[in-house]
Design a protein around this ligand. Structure first.
Ligand SMILES: Cc1cc2nc3c(=O)[nH]c(=O)nc-3n(C[C@H](O)[C@H](O)[C@H](O)COP(=O)(O)O)c2cc1C
Length: 235
């Protein structure tokens, strides 16, 4: 009797908590997006912990991607000499030299049947299924990707990478961590600095993380956005 009562109270509590939790989640993300902005200048005295960075990167790892192939890498750059070079390739934008973390988002340039094979091999192990059960899937994905030119494959990979970047922007904002996606850089220079072509990679975005500087004026300028009527239509 006592146990039943406690179970009932617990379930009531749990459903309240999960109900509130979901409601708060939606609200907190909207609030987080009101708070966030593309941070231009970071406070170099405030560094992120390894745990904070790990949690953020876990959301990137869990991001959805077409066919699950995740045709990208997020490269953390810590070498001060390389950061100095990257800063120059990014036209001296202050995010690079002031942020706690600088990531380079790069896409794979050698997407092929081998890419799909590696995914299917892994899926068979993770899902504890005979590889043969996944062969129809493998053929389907290969048939889709083989219709793309090398340039189209890179475009496709960049779309997948940008979805993961969007998730990283959201995760950072929700955690109260500042972030800056940046495409203002010379891609060829950045690729050379990190020797990306030899790794079959091509840079697509720079991404800075940390805490905003108190004197970053961009924190105070109002957001410019399309109106709802301009942005959302119904047919
Ligand atoms: C893909 C992408 C690339 C961007 N590149 C740069 C950049 O190189 N330098 C910069 O200062 N801001 C960059 N931004 C920031 C945008 O200018 C900014 O997000 C936009 O003006 C909206 O302002 P808010 O993010 O502060 O609300 C970039 C944003 C995105 C999404």
């Amino acid at each position: 009797m006592q146990a039943n009562h406690l179970t009932f109270v617990y379930l009531q509590f749990a459903s309240k908590v999960s109900g509130n939790f979901n409601a708060n989640k939606t609200m907190s993300l909207v609030n987080a997006f009101e708070w966030r902005y593309a941070t231009k200048k970071y406070d170099p005295s405030r560094q992120l912990s390894e745990e904070q960075v790990d949690d953020l990167l876990r959301t990137v790892q869990l991001a959805p991607s077409s066919y699950g192939l995740q045709p990208y890498q997020f490269i953390t750059v810590t070498d001060p000499a390389k950061l100095e070079q990257i800063s120059r390739a990014a036209f001296g934008q202050p995010q690079i030299t002031t942020a706690s973390r600088v990531l380079v988002v790069a896409v794979e340039t050698n997407i092929s049947e081998a890419t799909v094979k590696a995914y299917i091999d892994k899926a068979a192990i993770v899902r504890e299924t005979d590889r043969q059960n996944l062969e129809a899937r493998e053929q389907f994905v290969n048939s889709k990707l083989s219709g793309l030119s090398p340039a189209q494959k890179i475009d496709w990979a960049e779309k997948q990478a940008f979805l993961a970047v969007g998730i990283l922007v959201s995760a950072a904002a929700e955690a109260g961590i500042d972030a800056s996606p940046m495409e203002g850089f010379d891609r060829r220079q950045l690729d050379q600095i990190l020797d990306l072509p030899t790794k079959n990679l091509q840079s697509t975005l720079l991404f800075a993380l940390g805490y905003r500087s108190a004197d970053d004026e961009f924190a105070r300028i109002p957001k410019v956005r399309k109106t709802k009527a301009e942005l959302f239509t119904t047919v």
